[in-house]
Write a protein that binds this ligand. Structure first.
Ligand SMILES: [Zn+2]
Ligand SMILES: [Zn+2]
Length: 231
């Protein structure tokens, strides 16, 4: 929504919390208590962002098999109520929830953060895009792009294979399932790229996508997502 219109609407109508339904008395549809109680990701692998009991280290998997991306930035652990909110955003087309989650994601970057050169949302296969009517990762990327004043590129890469949904597969079969699923039109020219995704689960999808981007001229690739599943 246009920022001034959004502010105007919140000025005349109080926000309603998307978690507890109470009036929020702020320009956001999330009350301060629910915001503080969200499962913010605090301790995580320095590379892939998987939640760890001790956050100041790299997980065993990243240690032995270095991912093609530099690091994954996630704001939440994929658990209640974030799981429900993401489901509402994706499956029930509640785009305002996606916008709110992306605004919260922005809060988890430090003030002195240097944004990437380009945001690349994980592409959906055209059949999934048609069914859903939008790409959730592009919606998130657009919010980051507005804030950081950097471009989003959602056309150069495509998902060319209609893969079996990753969540229905055993973790060890996911990398194989997604292999060769993406294609790129034009090589990059040394940009620092951030791939944007809604949820990173085993990391198989973003690993495959980051490998393609790194093999095609990017200087570096990071992952930015709303939530990361626990171990
Ligand atoms: Zn609330
Ligand atoms: Zn890791």
């Amino acid at each position: 929504m246009i920022p001034w219109l959004n502010n105007f609407l919140f000025a005349i109508l109080p926000g309603t919390c998307i978690v507890c339904d109470a009036s929020t008395y702020r320009r956001m549809d999330l009350c301060i208590d629910c915001e503080l109680e969200l499962p913010w990701l605090k301790n995580a692998c320095l590379s892939c962002s998987i939640p760890l009991p001790d956050g100041n280290s790299v997980c065993g998997r990243c240690f032995f098999d270095k991912p093609p991306f530099t690091r994954c930035h996630s704001s939440f652990v994929y658990t209640y109520p974030i799981d429900r909110l993401i489901l509402d955003f994706k499956e029930h087309r509640k785009l305002y929830i996606g916008n709110l989650l992306a605004t919260l994601l922005l809060k988890t970057f430090p003030e002195n953060f240097t944004p990437p050169d380009l945001l690349v949302p994980v592409p959906l296969h055209k059949s999934a895009q048609k069914r859903r009517g939008f790409n959730q990762s592009l919606e998130i990327a657009n919010v980051l792009s507005d804030k950081w004043s950097i471009p989003v590129d959602a056309r150069n890469c495509k998902r060319i294979v209609k893969t079996t949904p990753q969540k229905s597969l055993h973790p060890k079969d996911r990398a194989k399932n997604i292999q060769g699923a993406f294609a790129i039109k034009n090589p990059y020219q040394g940009e620092r790229i951030a791939i944007v995704d809604d949820v990173v689960t085993t990391g198989a999808t973003v690993t495959e996508f980051a490998r393609l981007i790194m093999d095609n001229g990017a200087a570096s690739t990071d992952i930015i997502c709303i939530a990361r599943t626990p171990l």
